[in-house]
Design a protein around this ligand. Structure first.
Ligand code: RB5
Length: 146
C-alpha cells in the first residue's frame, strides 16, 4: 500500500475523522496533517500543505476535504505535480485513477454522506493508472506545471 496522507479544513473535519476510522478498520495507514478541530481555518492553507507533501514525495497520494471539495481541489491543483480530482461518485473516482492518474482525491463533506464518501475512498485507493494513451495525456498535464 502506498503512503497516504489526509487533510481537511473545518468544513471537512467530521468527514476526515470518519474516513480515518474507516481506513483504520481496513488496516490502511494514513497520516493526518490537520486540521484537528472544527475551529475555522482557511482551506488553501491545508490543501497546499497536503499537496506539497505529495508533490515532494513524502506521500504517494492524498485525500483532501472541505465543505464542497471545490476550494481544496482548486488550491491543490496549483501545486506542480498535483492532479487533484474532485469526486462525488464512484465512477469518477475510478476514472480519476485509471485515466488521469490522480494523486489527490478531493471531496465535500456538505455534498455527500459518509457512506458514499467511504466507498469513493475505497474505489479510489483500489484504482490503478491504465497507462497507454492515457500516459501521453498525463504527460501533457505534467507539461502544464510551472
Ligand atoms: C468553509 O466554510 C467552506 O467555504 C470550505 O469548506 C469549502 O467549501 C470551500 O470551497
Amino acid at each position: 500500500m502506498s503512503k497516504l496522507v489526509i487533510g481537511s479544513d473545518h468544513g471537512g473535519f467530521a468527514l476526515k475523522e470518519t474516513i480515518k476510522s474507516h481506513l483504520a478498520a481496513r488496516g490502511v495507514a494514513v497520516t493526518d496533517i490537520g486540521t484537528h478541530s472544527t475551529d475555522s481555518v482557511d482551506y488553501p492553507d491545508i490543501a497546499v500543505k497536503l499537496a506539497e507533501a505529495v508533490a515532494d514525495g513524502r506521500f504517494d497520494r492524498g485525500i483532501i476535504i472541505c465543505g464542497t471539495g471545490i476550494g481544496v481541489s482548486i488550491a491543490a491543483n496549483k501545486v506542480p505535480g498535483i492532479r487533484a480530482a474532485l469526486c462525488h461518485d464512484t465512477f469518477s473516482a475510478a476514472m480519476s485513477r485509471e485515466h488521469n492518474d490522480a494523486n489527490v482525491l478531493a471531496m465535500g463533506e456538505r455534498v455527500i454522506g459518509p457512506g458514499l464518501a467511504c466507498l469513493i475512498v475505497d474505489t479510489w485507493l483500489e484504482g490503478s493508472f491504465a497507462g497507454g494513451r492515457h500516459a501521453r495525456r498525463v504527460e501533457k498535464l505534467k507539461a502544464l506545471d510551472c
